[in-house]
Design a protein around this ligand. Structure first.
Ligand code: 5GP
Length: 203
């Protein structure tokens, strides 16, 4: 039986929207892989190199990008963020679904270069709620929080370029929404060509 190529799933949301918590739940399923991004920003307390991010210097980052080592990359709030290409390509060929947790500029690059990718945008209940969650998280200074909040409105306007969107209000509902989206997407005809052939061959 031919292994179908895995699905590339892009998940974007304004910082502090809770996407990390939702994705941690989704990633309990072994069929999913999380693409660990590269970044030039400093690690936050508790973040581990190679787990949360591959933390790099600007030179290291640019070197990888210049050598076609990034599937996409973007500048966000004074730092570079990018998706190392090799891991993603390998996992997709193995038939695994790969999740990219990336911001909107990177998502638009993926959309252009991988038209078959599934793009999901998670919305906060409101901008005010987003600000409250960022304060509660307590990992950023007041100045960074305000920068991220003002960026959120610009990002939310980009949601119309995605395939699906939902609000992360109540966590359980949000997890169910994302699971339902992925499940429905797997059943689209464009992803089931092999299944149809198999059924016909087993007549
Ligand atoms: P943070 O600094 O809060 O971890 O991430 C800031 C933003 O960068 C988030 O919106 C996050 O999704 C995005 N981001 C993380 N990794 C990547 C990546 O590999 N590429 C792009 N384009 N954005 C990323």
């Amino acid at each position: 039986m031919a292994t179908d190529r895995g699905m590339l799933i892009v998940v974007s949301a304004p910082a502090g929207c809770g996407k990390g918590t939702i994705l941690a739940e989704i990633l309990k399923d072994d069929n999913f892989c999380y693409s660990v991004s590269a970044t030039t920003r400093n690690p936050r307390p508790g973040e581990v190199d190679g787990v949360n991010y591959h933390f790099m210097t600007v030179d290291e980052f640019k070197n990888l990008a210049d050598n076609d080592g990034m599937l996409e990359y973007a500048q966000f709030c004074d730092n570079y963020y990018g998706t190392p290409r090799k891991f993603v390509e390998e996992k997709l060929s193995e038939g695994k679904d790969v999740i990219l947790e990336i911001e909107v500029q990177g998502a638009m690059i993926v959309k252009k270069n991988f038209p078959e990718a599934l793009l999901v945008f998670i919305l906060p209940p409101s901008i005010e709620e987003l600000r409250r969650r960022l304060h509660k998280r307590g990992t950023e200074t007041e100045e960074v929080i305000e920068k991220r909040v003002s960026k959120a409105s610009v990002e939310i306007e980009m949601a119309e370029n995605y395939d699906y969107t939902f609000i992360n209000g109540e966590l359980e509902t949000a997890i169910d929404d994302l699971k339902a989206i992925i499940r429905a997407e797997r059943c689209t005809l464009k992803r089931q060509k092999n299944t149809i052939k198999e059924v016909l061959n087993n007549a």
